[in-house]
Design a binder for this molecule. Structure first.
Ligand SMILES: [Zn+2]
Length: 272
């Protein structure tokens, strides 16, 4: 699943190519994504000039003077450039053509859990975006904020931190890794962790995400090659996907449990 770093890298990869470009036409071969692509995308978007490309959580906003095209990559979506004459494959659902641009922005999504929506006004007011918590790499995501939100919460810290109303973009991989880095047991109640430990946790979350985004930066060239669908970043993971393997710190075998149907891997010795 594309996580925040992949979405940030996608945004950074496409932005320089489409900024100040005018949309010639949009080809929608499959309108049934997670929700149907609204009529406005084909009627309002063409003819508009892209003024900005931004990200909020895992949503990418392509902004024009009449509204914003909102794109979510879902479980398996990707957005990249192809040569104009590249024949579409079965899962290549949308092509966006720009005036005088010798490449096409293509949206591919085998599982179709992604979305392409339209917002007429301020996209932060869109129902999918308005309730989102702060961005993890901004100052708004601070220990004071997290401590306040965690107060009295009995929910396990891992599920708490993966709730996009608390903070956006801390997906399963990064939650596992940041909890290990901070030495916090994933099952511990969110409200039962000292402010000092939460401060370390906030720092660890920022570190793992920033490292992944930095690594993603090296894949940016892939956005302009024909086969350049960006994959997952091969970050060195300490716990995720390493069940029963030795902990990198204490060498005891890592434990795997399920939390909310997601895999949690932790070290029972190092994480309390
Ligand atoms: Zn350990």
């Amino acid at each position: 699943m594309p996580e925040l770093p992949e979405v940030e890298t996608t945004k950074n990869g496409i932005a320089p190519h489409i900024l100040e470009q005018t949309v010639a036409r949009i080809e929608i071969r499959q309108p049934k994504l997670r929700w149907p692509i609204p009529e406005a995308v084909s009627t309002l978007f063409p003819g508009q000039t892209v003024q900005d490309v931004t990200r909020r959580g895992k949503y990418i906003g392509v902004h024009t003077s009449v509204g914003t095209l909102i794109i979510h990559l879902g479980m398996s979506g990707s957005l990249y450039f192809v040569e104009p004459d590249t024949p579409p494959m079965f899962h290549d659902h949308v092509d966006i053509h720009f005036v005088g641009l010798n490449k096409v922005l293509r949206y591919t999504d085998p599982r179709r859990f992604g979305a392409m929506l339209w917002s007429d006004g301020d996209w932060y007011a869109h129902e999918l975006i308005s309730h989102l918590g702060p961005e993890p790499l901004t100052d708004a995501f601070s220990v004071d904020y997290l401590h306040e939100r965690a107060k009295g919460r009995k929910q396990a810290i891992k599920q708490f931190i993966m709730d996009s109303k608390v903070v956006v973009g801390v997906g399963n991989i990064y939650a596992n890794e940041a909890l290990f880095m901070a030495g916090i047991r994933p099952t511990r109640a969110a409200g039962n962790i000292s402010k000092k430990r939460l401060a370390l946790f906030v720092e660890c979350i920022k570190q793992v995400l920033a490292a992944a985004i930095e690594q993603g930066g090296t894949t940016l060239k892939d956005f302009v090659s024909g086969e350049g669908k960006p994959g997952y970043f091969k970050q060195e993971l300490k716990v995720y996907g390493r069940a029963d393997l030795p902990c990198t710190v204490c060498k005891s075998p890592l434990t795997e449990i399920r939390q909310g149907q997601r895999s949690t891997v932790y070290c029972a010795h190092c994480q309390r």
